[in-house]
Ligand binder design. Structure first.
Ligand code: KG4
Ligand code: ZN
Length: 367
């Protein structure tokens, strides 16, 4: 099955063509094209995403991006069996562009279409390519070895621990009560005068710490790290950074403080994410642990999680770097599971006609 995936939930205009086969027993994917136009250059001067500018840029780039993906995959719309588009959660002005482009194509070319949950897309990024960091040799990537899976989804808008019992069966067991982990990276980077998006900038600045001369020990809080539930909270960390930075800046230059501060921000966020994931893994005894979402691109999180989960002898599954942050290949993969009946929305739309009428953007779509 050839699937065209379309993703415009935030600030990336993305389209991908994948070939999917095997059904839910033995799913396998080849990514034939994965094209993305990043809007970072547009938003960086504002230190965050400006929804109306995002929407306008999506509108300008959506069809060239889709065309680019089809031509890179050497396919035409006629060859496509299914269109999968992110319908939420996300920024409404952004979502509307992708959803309406997908609807127009589905109508014109008489193609079935699926509205995909963006979080479900991130989860399926782990199915795209079998490079995974297993602590167990000869692990078979099959349904019986995978589920129940414990999944930490960490992005700019979400921080959730999800127990996935089967394809399409998700239970959110914990989530952030305020800011998401990615949002915390972005907001603290802004406080330190670093660039946007904050995650990669904090990580790069933190990497300078070991070679910097500034050895003042900065200690930030790890909010809710010992709470009895699986929830998170990151807004207090942001406030602590603000006070600590304002205090230190009276005595030191930003250049001196930033690496140490960035290193401690990264340590604090990663500590909390790992501690909560380990707690859930110990309590719930999943067959696998996965991470997904933009923050899963973080090197320290990947390395520490590999080390810590390894101690419990549970296979850890990590998406390839290019599929960690927003992309349309993961949306196409989630579309496949929708088509074969393994989606949170389950219905077999393939048997119905004119499904373009049914797809609507939903900024607050739940899993
Ligand atoms: O999943 P994603 O691409 O978009 C959303 O669905 O939100 O996640 C974006 C988030 C941003 O907050 C960004 O700062 C963070 O992922 N991020 C990182 C890294 N790369 C992206 N955070 C930490 N370390 C990284 N290397
Ligand atoms: Zn995302």
């Amino acid at each position: 099955m050839f699937i065209l995936g379309i993703e415009t939930s935030c600030d990336d205009t993305a389209a991908a063509v994948i070939e999917a086969k095997g059904g839910s027993k033995n799913p396998s994917f080849s990514v034939l094209a994965n094209v993305s136009y990043s809007q970072v250059a547009i938003h960086k001067k504002y230190g965050g995403i400006v929804p109306n500018l995002a929407s306008r840029a999506h509108l300008q780039k959506i069809f060239p991006t889709i065309k680019g993906a089809l031509s890179a995959a050497k396919t035409k719309l006629d060859d496509i069996d299914l269109i999968a588009v992110t319908r939420g959660p996300g920024l409404m002005p952004s979502l509307l562009i992708g959803v309406n482009a997908a609807r127009a194509l589905a109508y014109k070319f008489r193609k079935p279409i699926f509205g995909v949950n963006h979080i479900e897309g991130h989860i399926y990024s782990n199915w795209l390519k079998p490079i995974r960091e297993f602590s167990i040799l000869n692990f078979q990537f099959s349904k019986k070895n995978l589920f129940p899976a414990l999944i930490l989804v960490v992005s700019g808008g979400h921080t959730e621990l999800i127990l996935m019992r089967d394809y399409g069966k998700y239970k959110i067991i914990g989530q952030t009560l305020d800011d998401a982990a990615g949002e915390c990276f972005d907001k603290t980077a802004r406080l330190l005068g670093l660039g946007f998006p904050g995650g990669p900038h904090i990580a790069a600045e933190a990497a300078k710490f070991s070679i910097s001369n500034f050895q003042f020990p900065i200690k930030l809080p790890r909010p809710m790290i010992n709470s009895k539930d699986y929830n998170f909270s990151f807004s207090g960390l942001k406030t602590a950074v603000l006070y600590s930075y304002n205090d230190l800046i009276r005595k030191y230059s930003p250049k001196e403080i930033r690496p140490a501060m960035a290193a401690e921000i990264q340590n604090a966020i990663v500590d909390v994410l790992i501690t909560k994931t380990i707690k859930a893994a110990k309590d719930l005894n999943p067959k696998t642990v996965m991470i997904a979402g933009g923050v899963s691109a973080n090197k320290m999180l990947r390395e520490k999680m590999t080390e810590k989960i390894g101690l419990y002898n549970i296979p850890l599954i990590i998406p390839e770097l290019i599929y960690s942050t927003d992309n349309a290949a993961m949306i196409a993969a989630a579309g496949y599971f929708s088509a074969i009946g393994g989606s949170a929305y389950g219905e077999d739309y393939l048997k119905k006609k004119e499904t373009w009428k049914k797809i609507e953007a939903d900024a607050n779509l739940n899993l």
